[in-house]
Design a protein around this ligand. Structure first.
Ligand SMILES: Cc1cc2nc3c(=O)[nH]c(=O)nc-3n(C[C@H](O)[C@H](O)[C@H](O)COP(=O)(O)OP(=O)(O)OC[C@H]3O[C@@H](n4cnc5c(N)ncnc54)[C@H](O)[C@@H]3O)c2cc1C
Length: 501
């Protein structure tokens, strides 16, 4: 394969996916519409994003988490002035504004606490800078100021138009965000539910900055979140249930923010200055298929939903982690294109669940008596240890499991980060992006199975705590594909190795 794979969009997903492909030796070119990667919306406070377990594990498993934390500097500990950071306990996420305090995440079955952790606040610009550096180090070419305008597909490849230029590529991946040109041009079906509210994130000077209560609040007209620190503009987020009509329809002026502030909060405060603003909605749409021939979608290009609870970027990086090694194996001729079917089989249900998670929060936010009644019940449930664990695991993606057709509860889940007797943790052995047959007992028959698969490494190592297991097959994305709890069933191990490698 000589022609590079092409990716539309150098957002977090395009960059992460490009690095995954390049790590496996596949040449990649990214076409990015924007000339300048540093838009103000990527900086704090609007560029703030919460990363959860699945994304932190993905970064950790590629040796990028430490790099990101270092690049974030003081920010990595979280914003000291954020409303949710003020209490004595920090919530591990929220559901429609109800904080989730879960203190027992390290004691879940099939999990071992490790360096990846459960949550990290980042800004998009720093994340993209770290991912850009990694992609370029691996040889990815990023062509900025070159937006994809049209896509034509054939059996053997894809013709990608970017203005007056045209490129041929064997595979095109649309990572070009929620309004994806690739999705529209290649004719993907996009289905879902229309919005109920317009969301506003604004930075303002108010005549009386102490005049609004800090934190998240439901009101008879919607919901608002307010954070104010001395000497800085106040950060205000508001959801107004107007059917989402204002979003992108008209410019957001100071006068308009003033009017929405009065309607949503009921206060008579005056907006003296509007420094910055952005709008969003709770429109929740997903493509019915993630692949059409040689065109694939990942990230917001494949699914959009409200930013409630910080899910989109995590979902998107999950797509890239799932797709990268599979597409690389196909490009290198080590697997047939059928392997790509598992990408959508695994990721469509995860995406659909996130969209429903977003819709469920909207149902709770509606300014109605029924929603307030439901909120009271959910608050009680979230305050119980089991309730907190359920909500925290859903928010963080820690309960995600792909149905790989195997009964063992660990198969299809993220692998535990075993502390191995070589002084390393399992996650550190995944940096090469290859699969691993981890054998706690050094059984030569397993070594032989692994030797038949060039993309699979054999790792005979014991661990501090084996969780009662003797061996495990781990895909490059860190997902467990097979386990043995006693004498390994060699046929099953060989079948799993054959299926994935
Ligand atoms: C206010 C807000 C808060 C959020 N908070 C969180 C959070 O806390 N946690 C979380 O997980 N998610 C959050 N999200 C969602 C998250 O930002 C997105 O899901 C994520 O950015 C998706 O990444 P992406 O790479 O798919 O798309 P984008 O980040 O949209 O990147 C797409 C890239 O493609 C480029 N592009 C567009 N069109 C073309 C074209 N035709 N050709 C070439 N390039 C093109 C764009 O310039 C851009 O660089 C939030 C979103 C918003 C709006």
């Amino acid at each position: 394969m000589n022609q590079p794979v092409m990716i539309a969009g150098a957002g977090p997903v395009g960059l992460f996916l490009a690095a995954e492909l390049a790590l496996a030796g596949v040449p990649v070119v990214i076409l990015e519409q924007a000339e300048d990667p540093a838009s103000p919306l990527k900086r704090l406070p609007f560029g703030r994003r919460g990363l959860w377990t699945t994304t932190l594990e993905a970064l950790y498993r590629r040796g990028l988490l430490d790099v990101l934390v270092e690049a974030l500097g003081d920010q990595s500990t979280g914003p000291a002035d954020a409303h949710w950071a003020r209490g004595s306990r920090r919530p591990g996420g929220h559901f429609a504004g109800i904080p989730v305090f879960d203190d027992g995440s390290e004691s879940r079955p099939w999990r071992l606490a490790g360096p990846a952790g459960d949550s990290l606040m980042i800004d998009t610009l720093t994340l993209e800078q770290v991912l850009t550096r990694r992609a370029e180090e691996l040889g990815v070419e990023i062509r900025r100021g070159l937006g994809v305008t049209a896509v034509e597909t054939s059996e053997s490849g894809v013709r990608v138009r970017a203005g007056s230029l045209a490129f041929e590529t064997p595979w095109l991946i649309g990572c070009d965000g929620g309004r994806s040109t690739v999705r529209k041009s290649a004719g993907f079906q996009f289905q879902g539910t229309e919005p109920e509210f317009t969301g506003y994130s604004v930075l303002v000077d108010l005549d009386d900055p102490e005049g609004l209560p800090q934190g998240r609040h439901y009101t008879p007209a919607g919901m608002f979140t307010y954070g104010h620190a001395e000497g800085r503009p106040a950060a205000l987020s508001m959801a107004e249930f107007d059917g989402g009509v204002y979003h992108r329809a008209q410019p957001v002026t100071r006068e308009h923010v003033q009017a929405v502030l009065r309607r949503v909060t009921g206060s008579q405060l005056v907006v003296k200055t509007l420094h910055q603003s952005t709008t969003f909605t709770d429109r929740a749409f997903q493509v019915s298929s993630y692949r059409q021939g040689r065109v694939l979608l990942a990230g917001d290009a494949a699914h959009v939903h409200s930013p409630l609870g910080g899910q989109g970027l995590n979902l998107a990086i999950g797509d890239a982690m799932n797709l990268g090694w599979k597409l690389a194996a196909v490009c290198k001729g080590k697997a047939d294109a059928g392997l790509l079917d598992s990408y959508e089989q695994e990721r469509i249900p995860v995406g659909a669940a996130v969209l429903d998670w977003s819709r469920a929060q909207v149902a709770l936010m509606r300014p109605s008596r029924a929603s307030r009644a439901l909120e009271a019940i959910l608050r009680d449930l979230i305050a119980t240890p089991d309730g907190a664990a359920y909500f925290a695991d859903r928010v963080r993606g820690a309960s995600q499991r792909y149905d790989l057709g195997e009964e063992h509860p660990l198969v299809g889940r993220s692998c535990p980060d075993f502390e191995l007797h070589d002084g390393l943790r399992l996650g550190q052995h995944l940096r090469s992006g290859r699969g691993l047959l981890l054998d706690f007992e050094g059984d030569p028959r397993l070594a032989e199975i692994a030797s038949g698969h060039p993309n699979l490494d054999y790792l005979p190592r014991d661990a501090q705590d084996r969780l009662g297991l003797t061996a495990m097959l781990i895909r490059p994305d860190g997902i467990v594909a097979w386990v043995a709890a006693d004498e390994p069933r060699l046929e099953a191990a060989a079948r799993a190795a054959e299926r994935w490698f």
